[in-house]
Write a protein that binds this ligand. Structure first.
Ligand SMILES: *Cc1c(COP(=O)(O)O)cnc(C)c1O
Length: 370
């Protein structure tokens, strides 16, 4: 029995760049400045340059990045923010932690992201923002979403936690809306060795508001001009992220190469892979297939030593904490159909060619065996 291939493997990425990462961490340890030093400042510039964005502000997590972006966009208690029930729970948690009220729109079956058609009918006089999630690394239909948002004067905050390097027509996810939130959780396309996040924006006002709020509302040191909090990216994580950012483009290319092998293995089978749209760059954070008999497929792959996962086991409106209490939750036909069929295959750049072949063979074999 060959060794099991895990569905995610952040340690493999550490080992792939071990010497450089240890050097980066050591540099910070020796320098003696651990919070808000030059590593964070450099990383913010370098990540903004990578995205072709104007401002990047490092914060403590993707969840905090969403909260800070919402607040900086002027979202206040009582405001409604429209998003999808198909996301990490963090998306909805952040909306509620910002004091706002989430509303659920359905997804499109092909992008699996917020449906622009579902958006307009949900807009009420309390709606202030729309928060599309570029789920699995597939960019949401930003042009269509922005055109609805403009018509109704809504802010647009992108959840880019799974979409580092995704793009539409070369314009990166995170540069379409008023602000965007990134997570650097270890398994993300750009992952730290701990928690981290960033807000990205083209607006000097939003950038200034996030900078103040992430550190006690300080405009100058020890003087709180606005009510703030503590949500800083630390120097060690920033140094790690600077090192890993060098490899992000190549890593994303490798993810797409793996995806092409999977796509070939499942063509002419009842397993449906993610849609690939010409002109759109999928960041391939996760490779999620749809399959009527997904439990059979999962069991078969597990017996063949191939890890899988459900991202996620249930949609947010089906989780106990959010069950039945969020407007829009009764009209999520595409979301619910998708959740009955989804299954994630292993996806990370360090998968070897032999492992990818083994996974492809198992997918073909399941199809001919069943
Ligand atoms: C990971 C993730 C988040 C939250 O990021 P954290 O850094 O874990 O707080 C938010 N939204 C989506 C879609 C995510 O995948």
């Amino acid at each position: 029995m060959p060794e099991t291939i895990p569905v995610a493997n952040p340690q493999a990425q550490f080992l792939a760049h071990e010497a450089a990462l240890r050097n980066a961490i050591d540099r910070v340890l020796t320098r003696g400045r651990y919070i808000m030093g030059e590593e964070v400042a450099h990383f913010e510039h370098e990540f903004a340059a990578f995205l072709n964005a104007r401002f990047c502000i490092g914060v403590a997590s993707g969840t905090d990045a969403l909260i800070l972006a919402l607040k900086a966009c002027g979202i206040v208690p009582g405001d409604e923010v429209i998003t999808t029930s198909h996301s990490a729970v963090a998306t909805i948690a952040a909306i509620e932690l910002a004091g706002a009220t989430p509303v659920f729109a359905d997804i499109e079956p092909d992008t699996r992201c917020l449906s622009p058609q579902a958006l307009a009918p949900l807009i009420s006089e309390r709606t202030r923002a729309v928060l599309p999630v570029h789920i699995y690394g597939q960019p949401a239909a930003m042009e269509e979403i922005l055109s609805v948002a403009r018509r109704f004067n809504l802010k647009v905050i992108e959840d880019c936690a799974q979409a580092h390097g995704a793009a539409i027509g070369g314009k990166k996810a995170g540069t379409w809306g008023d602000a965007a939130a990134f997570s650097f959780y270890p398994t993300k396309n750009l992952g730290a060795l701990g928690d981290g996040g960033a807000v990205v924006t083209g607006s000097p006002e939003i950038a200034a508001a996030v900078r103040e709020t992430r550190e006690y509302g300080w405009r100058e040191r020890y003087v709180s001009s606005v009510a703030g909090m503590n949500s800083r990216l630390d120097e060690i994580q920033a140094a790690v992220l600077r090192e890993k950012l060098h490899h992000l483009t190549q890593d994303n290319d490798r993810r797409r190469e793996i995806a092409r092998t999977y796509a070939l293995a499942i063509e002419d089978s009842p397993i449906v892979g993610p849609s690939i749209f010409p002109g759109t760059t999928h960041a391939m954070h996760l490779y999620v297939v749809e399959c009527e008999r997904r439990n059979s497929l999962r069991d078969y792959l597990h017996k063949a030593g191939i890890g899988t996962a459900f991202h996620y086991p249930c949609a947010i409106h089906q989780q106990p904490a959010y069950d039945n209490r969020i407007r829009g939750c009764r009209d999520l036909k595409n979301t619910e159909a998708f959740y009955r069929r989804l299954l994630s295959l292993p996806m990370y750049p360090e998968l070897t060619d032999a492992e990818v072949e083994r996974i492809g063979d198992a997918l073909r074999q399941w199809n001919s065996d069943t």
